[in-house]
Write a protein that binds this ligand. Structure first.
Ligand SMILES: NC(=O)c1ccc[n+]([C@@H]2O[C@H](COP(=O)([O-])OP(=O)(O)OC[C@H]3O[C@@H](n4cnc5c(N)ncnc54)[C@H](OP(=O)(O)O)[C@@H]3O)[C@@H](O)[C@H]2O)c1
Length: 293
């Protein structure tokens, strides 16, 4: 397919590379132009403006947050003004339910298709083409996305024709991951303070009742206290818990655990700045227990 790719951060750079590898004709755009260089060497074309990445059948956006997506989607030279009639915008960022609804309405009014397709998986999974994709949008548009999703992920799950459903699924999933990180952090602090080897403890957990990827991936980061460089930065994690709570507010669903996690992430940001991985909330449990390492 002829496809544009907007947003070459930790995730987008790896995802765009997989589309090139799968022989799609990819035109990339990134706010910081220097990040386009490696992709150009791999065979992508460059766009000087976001509008120039919107000349094909579809454009994918993989941007940090709501304000980044809004700034790229709306306006005279944005995605909505630049895509050809009947073409497709696939938003793969983790954004709010409210913005997804606004985007769906604006695309419909402009005669465009809009699919929300946020992903599970860190940059390593993106590089390996092993993301899990939660997608929603009208069926014809979802069908058109499949060759792209096949190059980006190992499996795509669809959630109906209302795009914001996929965003809610993603936000609720990140709430679950953050809950597992907090629980692992507290458990590791407990066994660690008692002098039990954390690596051996993790091996026991993940070889028995806790064999899920989340426990394996985050358990290894916590046992090794490896919070830098961030694969998924704490500000993005904070954003996702905030957005889950925003959706909970809209649907009138109390989520006391999400409120606690928001506070934990805010504490990481306040103490350590923006650089750490979001799994650094586990460090708080260790520090609260008086552990130094
Ligand atoms: N990292 C993960 O493990 C992971 C996993 C699943 C989902 N996600 C989600 O995927 C999305 C991207 O994450 P990431 O880790 O790739 O983030 P990232 O490395 O911080 O990259 C963010 C991208 O957004 C662009 N951007 C930010 N603000 C912008 C603005 N105002 N205008 C234009 N472009 C802007 C950045 O451009 P510059 O290069 O110019 O800064 C960059 O291309 C996020 O929604 C995140 O929640 C991440």
């Amino acid at each position: 397919m002829r496809v544009g790719f907007v947003g070459l951060g930790q995730m987008g750079s790896r995802m765009a590379a997989n589309l090139v590898k799968a022989a799609h004709e990819v035109t990339v755009y990134n706010r910081t132009a220097g990040k386009m260089q490696p992709l150009l060497k791999q065979g992508a074309y460059s766009a000087a403006r976001v509008a120039d990445a919107c000349r094909g059948e579809a454009v994918i956006t993989m941007l940090a947050d709501d304000s980044a997506v809004e700034s790229m989607a709306f306006g005279n030279e944005g995605v909505i003004a630049s895509l050809g009639k009947g073409c497709l915008h696939i938003s793969m960022s983790t954004i709010s339910v409210a913005l997804s609804e606004k985007l769906a309405a604006a695309h419909k009014e402009a005669g465009l298709h809009f699919v929300a397709a946020p992903v599970f998986g860190r940059p390593e999974a993106a590089a390996a083409g092993e993301l899990f994709i939660a997608a929603a949008g009208d069926q014809g548009a979802l069908d058109a996305c499949m060759p792209l999703f096949d190059a980006l992920g190992q499996k795509t799950f669809t959630f109906g024709d209302n795009p914001s459903a996929a965003n809610l699924v993603k936000l609720s999933g990140n709430f679950l991951i953050a809950s597992a990180i907090e629980a692992l952090g507290e458990a590791m602090a407990l066994v660690g303070k008692a002098g039990i080897d954390r690596g051996r403890y993790l091996d026991f957990l993940t070889s028995t009742l806790f064999g899920a990827p989340i426990y394996k991936i985050y358990g290894a980061l916590i046992a090794g206290q490896k919070y830098e460089p961030a694969g998924f930065a704490a500000p993005l994690g904070y954003k996702d818990i905030r957005l889950a709570l925003e959706a909970a507010d809209k649907f009138r669903v109390p989520m006391p655990l999400a409120s606690l996690l928001k506070d934990r992430l805010l504490r990481v940001l306040a103490r350590d700045g923006e650089k750490l991985d979001w799994s650094a909330i586990a460090q708080l449990a260790a520090k609260d227990a008086g552990l130094r390492d």
